[in-house]
Design a protein around this ligand. Structure first.
Ligand SMILES: [Zn+2]
Length: 148
């Protein structure tokens, strides 16, 4: 059966022709509805630290969406962080759904977030369903690991 055709919107893209991230304007990819520069951009640019595990998780999703590898690496726990990270420029992250959150507040040292992240690659939509675990490293929330 053919996939239903969705109407493409011609909004400004966050990528240049070379696939390099350009300065991001407009709503934050994480879906909270605030402008990127006042939302996850604050964490990406190091102007503040994500106060909760959920905020960190959203900021990491946004980092995938805008292609911010350095942020993904530095928000990863040193014990599980890969040496380097290649982002696939053909993969476009289109939507995030946070399904549940456990712990991860200002009063916790651990937390987990269950989410679905939707991406599109070569016209195919794919869904990543994951429970991610977060811990504090020197006070700041970092990603530890995740399972589907
Ligand atoms: Zn955001």
């Amino acid at each position: 059966m053919a996939r239903a055709k969705t109407k493409a919107t011609n909004e400004a893209t966050t990528e240049t022709a070379a696939g390099v991230a350009a300065p991001v304007t407009g709503p934050c990819p994480c879906g909270l509805g605030r402008p990127y520069q006042e939302c996850c951009g604050v964490y990406h640019q190091g102007r503040a630290a994500a106060p909760t595990a959920e905020a960190l998780m959203r900021s990491r999703y946004s980092a995938f969406a805008v292609g911010d590898q350095p942020y993904l690496l530095r928000s990863w726990h040193p014990s599980t962080r890969p040496a380097r990270l290649e982002l696939d420029p053909a993969q476009r992250w289109v939507r995030l759904e946070v399904l549940s959150v456990q712990g991860g507040s200002a009063f916790h040292s651990e937390g987990s977030v269950e989410f679905r992240a939707y991406c599109r690659e070569h016209g195919q939509e794919d869904v990543l369903h994951e429970h991610s675990r977060f811990v504090r490293d020197q006070g700041a929330w970092v990603y530890l690991d995740g399972e589907g």
